[in-house]
Design a protein around this ligand. Structure first.
Ligand SMILES: [Zn+2]
Length: 239
């Protein structure tokens, strides 16, 4: 096999290893991000619930103040009843008292309804808060673990990158540039095997004459379809 093809083939193995490590880190970080996002959403929903509880409490206080006003108005009218002169005046006061009582009853019912709802919300709130505390703890533990693992992988990657750089130094600039360009455009794979006359990058057949040239292995040849650099690999896997 031509020296350059051999070098690029070896470089490809290393680059795939690096890409695999990167993908490993990215997958873990993406998973963590997803969990953080769902945690944030839960926290936001708890904050919304708290706002609802606060608003209900304000409404309850306002209602109770209005209730107190209404009750004192009723009392006022009841004492006025003693001094009425005319039947018309009496009827009018009586109606005001009845209306006042009706209004008091409605407000009392509303206060009860608000308090029941607040109680139910407080229960949900307590559950959610304890859940959030647990989740927060679990998340921070997981974050530390991912970070630790990422550091291990980065350490491993750093060693491989040093090796890659040393290898790349021995390869002609033009060939290396072409290889890197192909790698960028072809999903990280610039050098692929031809097995049974088929390019293992795009799985298209290689024309017979071109295949014969690849078999010789004396110069860099590309796949006519995907342009990847090809080397011959027996079906058994032996080179
Ligand atoms: Zn191809």
């Amino acid at each position: 096999m031509n020296k350059e093809i051999k070098q690029l083939t070896e470089l490809q193995v290393i680059d795939l290893e690096i890409a695999k490590l990167d993908a490993e880190i990215n997958a873990e970080e993406a998973e963590l991000l997803k969990r953080e996002k769902s945690f944030d959403e839960r926290q936001a929903s708890v904050e919304l619930l708290q706002a609802k509880i606060d608003a209900a409490e304000t409404q309850r206080r306002e209602l109770e103040a209005a209730l107190a006003d209404e009750l004192s108005r009723i009392k006022e009218r009841q004492s006025k009843m003693m001094q009425v002169q005319t039947n018309r005046e009496y009827q009018s006061l009586l109606k005001e008292i009845e209306d006042g009582k009706k209004s008091v009853k409605e407000k009392e019912e509303e206060v009860v309804r608000i308090m029941e709802e607040a109680e139910a919300n407080a229960k949900i709130m307590a559950e959610q808060e304890s859940f959030i505390q647990e989740e927060k703890k679990a998340l921070s533990e997981e974050m530390a673990e991912v970070q630790k693992h990422a550091e291990q992988i980065e350490g491993k990657k750093a060693k491989i990158v040093v090796k890659r750089e040393a290898m790349a130094k021995d390869i002609k600039t033009a060939a290396l540039r072409k290889y890197d360009m192909l790698r960028t455009r072809r999903n990280g794979k610039a050098v692929v095997a031809v097995t049974n006359g088929v390019c293992q990058g795009c799985f298209m057949s290689i024309p017979p004459q071109h295949f014969n040239d690849i078999l010789k292995g004396d110069r860099i040849l590309n796949c006519p379809t995907c342009q990847r650099i090809l080397f011959h690999l027996e079906e058994s896997g032996a080179e």
